[in-house]
Design a protein around this ligand. Structure first.
Ligand code: PAF
Length: 296
């Protein structure tokens, strides 16, 4: 595995790969790698000749009161994990490489528009502008054929996919299923912040999503508000340490709230345990009027 920190070396390496007719898969990450990331890398490995993973904790996607400074980092460990999974190039830029004038002096941004108006975008006002902008930079630097994002960050994946299409990047955005612990909790770098009590209560998040799934599939429920209320009640009952940020049901194409679940939708939530903000979601697709979940 080659480790590259500067943009020109990366561009040269990628140009060389493209000239030799090799396909390139990109896995953008913020490091502190876990099995969710290695699943993205394994998908990239299976689909492409060259796998590039990036590690960059992007300052512009964190709000002023968020956890940028305490975001977990362990480059030594990340290197070993990336190598083990078969990453060919690990791109580890510093802030100056990604923001030559400094993150506070970035003038041109990618605006995710109304796709960022709800769910996480509503709770974290400039988050998706920062994500879309840094991913656009990575797309320009690497010019991959495919780029891999996790379903856990469902809104992010939809926004990046739309950006790739609307801005004609010519890159296929691949969404990879969420990787979960045995009890259902989605893997996240932020899980490391959970105390043992918070960790055991955090299982209420996947349980709430399972409840929504059952209400829709087995109970025939379609009322988004009613389902969200039942999810909220479950979390409040089973996780007294939880503070719910939002529970929302949106259409997967527009990421706009729906009142009736009759078309392809995403049920998403964000829940704080102490300072750790955990997100998760389920997507439902309708085929001939029948709902289908990824997991069932
Ligand atoms: O999902 C993440 O880790 C980040 O949002 C990403 C896509 C690497 C952009 O900084």
């Amino acid at each position: 595995m080659e480790e590259i920190a500067d943009a020109s070396t990366l561009r040269a390496a990628m140009a060389g790969a493209r000239c030799s007719g090799k396909s390139i898969g990109l896995v953008p990450t913020m490091g502190y790698l876990h099995r969710g990331h290695t699943s993205l890398m394994a998908h990239a490995r299976a689909d492409n000749d060259v796998v590039v993973a990036s590690i960059f904790v992007n300052p512009t996607q964190f709000g002023p009161s968020e956890d940028l400074l305490r975001y977990p980092r362990d480059l030594e460990r990340d290197r070993a994990i990336a190598k083990e999974v078969g990453v060919d190039v690990l791109f580890v830029p510093d802030a100056e490489t990604m923001y030559p004038d400094g993150p506070d002096h970035q003038e041109i941004w990618v605006d995710p528009g109304s796709l960022a108006a709800h769910l996480d975008g509503a709770s974290r006002p400039f988050h998706y502008r920062g994500v879309a902008t840094v991913v656009a930079k990575l797309f320009n630097l690497v010019q991959p054929h495919r780029a891999y994002f996790g379903q856990k960050d469902g809104q992010q994946s939809l926004i990046v996919g739309r950006m790739a299409r609307d801005l004609a990047f010519g890159i296929a955005v691949v969404t990879v299923p969420t990787v979960r612990e045995a009890d259902g909790l989605a893997l996240s770098s932020r899980n490391v912040f959970l105390s043992p009590d918070e960790r055991s209560q955090a299982v209420a998040i996947p349980k709430a999503l399972a409840l929504a799934r059952n209400l829709i599939l087995d109970g025939g429920h379609r009322d988004a508000r009613g389902i969200a209320e039942r999810m909220r009640a479950l979390i409040e009952r089973e996780a007294p340490l939880a503070r719910i940020d939002f529970i929302g049901v949106v259409a997967t194409d527009t990421i706009a709230p729906v009142s009736t679940i009759a078309g392809d939708s995403m049920i998403a939530l964000a829940v704080y345990f102490g300072g750790a903000r955990l997100i998760d979601n389920e997507t439902v697709r309708f085929i001939d009027g029948t709902p289908h979940f990824g997991s069932r």
